[in-house]
Design a protein around this ligand. Structure first.
Ligand code: 5GP
Ligand code: ZN
Length: 140
């Protein structure tokens, strides 16, 4: 995808409106247009990288530092009782905007939101975990 077609690049350039929370030279944070819970925010590098995996470590560190600050503020200022911090990599994982972004999803009492256990699949309980671990370790 050309960056010109990227909706988050358009927001960075000021060509698309967004409800901004935080901005510095490298990082921008704004509210998700489609709120999963009140205060659902997105943190992005200003420069276009496709996803978490392809973002350089120094930029990743800046994005995560802002993510932590906004998470802390959501707990203290919005009355959130918990936070989900997540990022989707590629369409298979639900990524719809191909510009790296971290979701901050404040959680409230009985908000009926996502839980990781919802993704668990009983049929996978027989997997050979040591073999899977050794395959991942070979790529490190
Ligand atoms: P993904 O599914 O790629 O992890 O998340 C993309 C997120 O971007 C979605 O939650 C979607 O609501 C949000 N989004 C898409 N377009 C816009 C936009 O133009 N403005 C804002 N603020 N959020 C957007
Ligand atoms: Zn972009």
């Amino acid at each position: 995808m050309k960056n010109n077609d990227c909706v988050f690049c358009q927001i960075v350039k000021g060509l698309m409106p967004a409800t901004k929370i935080y901005e510095d030279d490298d990082v921008l944070a704004f509210l998700d247009i489609s709120q999963v819970t009140p205060g659902h925010a997105l943190v992005i590098p200003k420069k276009h990288y496709d996803n978490f995996v392809s973002t350089p470590k120094d930029i990743l560190s800046k994005v995560m530092s802002v993510t932590q600050r906004i998470s802390q503020a959501s707990l203290t200022m919005l009355g959130a009782k918990g936070i989900n911090v997540l990022t989707n990599v590629n369409r298979e994982a639900g990524q719809s905007v191909m510009h790296f972004h971290v979701h901050i999803i404040p959680r409230y009492i009985s908000d009926r939101g996502f839980q990781i256990t919802m993704l668990k699949n009983e049929r996978l309980s027989e997997l050979n975990l040591p073999v899977l671990a050794s395959e991942i370790k070979k790529g490190l």
